[in-house]
Design a binder for this molecule. Sequence first.
Ligand SMILES: CSCCC(=O)C(=O)COP(=O)(O)O
Ligand SMILES: [Mg+2]
Length: 234
Amino acid sequence: MSTLLTDIEGTTSSIAFVRDVLFPYARARLPAFVQAHRHDPAVRRWLDAVAVEIAAGACDDDVIVETLQGWIDQDRKHTALKALQGMIWEAGYRDGDFLAPLYPDVLPALRAWHTAGHRLAVYSSGSVPAQKLLFSHTEAGDLTPLFSGFFDTEIGGKREPDSYRRIAEQLGSAPFDLLFLSDVVAELDAARDAGLRTVLIDRRDDYPQPRLGEATHGHVRVESFAEIDPDLGR
Ligand SMILES: CSCCC(=O)C(=O)COP(=O)(O)O
Ligand SMILES: [Mg+2]
């Protein structure tokens, strides 16, 4: 049996949802969120991490908010930003402002793999709480019971092989037992360097120019989860 480790943005859910729905929602609410929660230790921890990075800890919260909004505009995959975004999105899911879309081929494949006895896990730049919110508020309902593990960049960056070694260890698996699914070739390169099997997901709505030939770096390329054999490469 394999463990399928999947990315989210550009793999299970569209880049447009993240860019056009989630990011603007968090950007607009960030100033009020920081104002309301600046003394909450779970929030302060991340604000201070940003302050240390941009000004050796010496800046006020308005500067931190402007920095974070700039990072949203640049699509920075920064752990502090992702943690704070997840906290802000919680209200959006709770109030029914949005549901998380999945590409239509994703749910049938996840269910089939789970039923067949394969394990499912998530590794995304989005924080673990944000991942759980997303998969518990999909257009098809709560899918979190399908997953055995959730990992974010607190375990390490997605382009670093050691992150994948740590995930395999935490799942109690040999790296080769994991099949990593992602839309980003550099992430797949890191996973392969750590000994994982890999599949490049090319979502044509998000990637109108298919990655072919040398652009795939030798990773198996598919356009749908329906094409994926969980035991690929064994
Ligand atoms: C938990 S979903 C939020 C999406 C997000 O913020 C993000 O950065 C997704 O990146 P991924 O690693 O899933 O491509
Ligand atoms: Mg992605």
